[in-house]
Design a protein around this ligand. Structure first.
Ligand code: EPU
Length: 429
């Protein structure tokens, strides 16, 4: 069984380099299915979600060469069937992008329903509504989604919710459809812009990514390209909060400060000192921070993927904070783990009321999902005593080399693995 053991109390100091964005990588990797030739992708985060995605692509006929630790060459020409139904597909939320990418290339797809973090119901009705508008019909078949079309034709699609996944899937399906597609109420996250830039560099015609109206002019062919993935906004935000929680002082390199604005503004509001440079940020704090109110929202609002981390931070602030989760139905499951560490948090539906305590106490806790795991690390780093985090596969799915990155900036954290039979999840590409 894999665990992290943290001895809390060290202030983080020094500098940390941010990896490529997970949620951009897991959209760009399947987008290579639309290219005719070798795509070279740089700044790929070396995380388990990416490793799993590469296994899925290889399983269906793609060739993947690891050029260096963060650079991949992917050639999907050998994929000849629009079917992805292996067990691995179920392990990832982002495997749903295979639906749009395979549909875009083969005009049909059969893809196992995706897994991912459990925050309650995770519907795909908006994805299917988009495919349907383009002329495809879909049905569920033994745990998979079958999508078929004779021809994909551009259309106008108004999303009922600004879904990241639906926006990406519709872009993937529409980019080679005949004519014009408009996505209204589109998600605006930086990884949507990154995907559009990647596809445009292959010859696609996508405008408006990053706004809530995206226009796509279908093209016949997409050529192979070289592309570098943007830095991970959420990884950067997680280190910002870890610095604040430990009264540390760190420089975070290889970031786009604009992508962090909502996080920076909230942290400044509670007393964290932040100085921005062109592609780095200095974060420091001393003493107890002020309480605040946080509402998670789609980009450019405060990200839901930073909600557990800020709750962990506010658990030791000087007063009462309120955090409301406006994106997911059920994203406070991890709170019981924080209360084991002495946090005083009451959850009512989508709202958490946090009464800051002076200090958390180390305890055995479980990473109930990826960002909840990040919150456990932050709490363990600032707590008194030893925190033992189990279920860390969730964390390793999305944070590259987190143990060594944290050690380098002064954390006392160890990875331990008591080998179990049948544990075959690889640690690297
Ligand atoms: N929704 C629908 N119908 C749909 C799709 C979504 O009602 O067809 C609802 C969801 O239930 C949710 C909201 O819309 O309430 C937003 O869901 P969205 O589709 O935007 O989420 P996602 O694409 O499944 C991505 C990230 C998540 C992140 C969310 C929100 C990836 C692979 N995942 O998920 O990231 O929380 O956007 O920003 O990009 C993470 O990285 O830890 C993570 C969970």
């Amino acid at each position: 069984m894999e665990k992290y053991i943290i001895r809390g109390g060290n202030k983080l100091k020094g500098s940390v380099n941010i990896s490529g964005a997970k949620n951009a990588a897991v959209a760009i990797i399947p987008a290579t299915i639309l290219a005719e030739g070798n795509c070279v992708i740089e700044n790929v985060p070396n995380i388990r979600d990416v490793t799993i995605f590469l296994h899925i692509l290889r399983d269906i006929g793609a060739q993947v060469r690891v050029l260096d630790e963060h650079t991949l060459e992917i050639n999907t020409v050998g994929i000849n069937k629009a079917v992805a139904t292996s067990e691995l597909v179920r392990k990832l939320r982002a495997s749903c992008y295979l639906m749009g990418a395979l549909l875009g290339r083969f005009k049909s797809s059969l893809v196992t329903l995706p897994g991912g973090c459990d925050f309650g119901v995770r519907p795909i009705d908006q994805h299917l509504k988009g495919f349907s508008a383009l002329g495809a019909s879909s049905c569920f078949e033994a745990g998979a989604v079958s999508i078929k079309s004779k021809k994909l034709t551009g259309n106008s699609i108004y999303l009922d919710v600004a879904s990241v996944g639906a926006t990406i899937n519709i872009i993937l399906a529409a980019v080679k459809a005949k004519g014009k597609t408009t996505i209204e109420n589109a998600a605006r996250e930086p990884h949507i812009v990154d995907l559009a830039n990647f596809l445009n560099s292959m010859g696609a015609n996508i405008v408006g990514a990053g706004t809530n109206i995206i226009r796509i002019n279908g093209v016949e062919k997409l050529k192979a390209t070289n592309y570098s993935i943007i830095p991970d906004q959420i990884e950067a935000g997680t280190y910002m909060i870890a610095a604040a929680a430990t009264n540390g002082n760190i420089k975070i390199d290889n970031i786009i400060p604009k992508h962090l604005e909502s996080i920076t503004a909230k942290l400044r509001e509670i007393g964290v000192k932040i100085t921005e440079e062109y592609d780095s940020i200095q974060v420091s704090s001393s003493g107890r921070l002020k309480p605040c109110t946080v509402k998670t929202m789609p980009y450019p609002g405060f990200p839901t993927d930073m909600q557990p981390q800020i709750v962990a931070l506010l658990s030791t602030s000087d007063g009462t904070s309120i955090v409301s989760e406006d994106v997911w139905d059920n994203r406070f499951k991890y709170v019981s783990e924080l209360t084991c560490m002495g946090a005083k948090i009451t959850v009512d539906g989508r709202m958490a009321v946090i009464e800051g305590v002076k200090r958390l106490k180390g305890s055995p806790v479980s990473a109930t999902d990826l960002r909840a795991g990040a919150a456990m690390i932050i709490s363990g780093l600032s707590a008194e005593g030893i925190t033992e985090i189990s279920n860390i596969n969730h964390i390793e799915r999305g944070y590259e080399d987190i143990v060594n990155k944290l050690k380098k900036i002064g954390a006392n954290i160890e990875y331990v693995n008591i080998a179990e039979e049948g544990n075959t999840i690889p640690k690297a590409f």
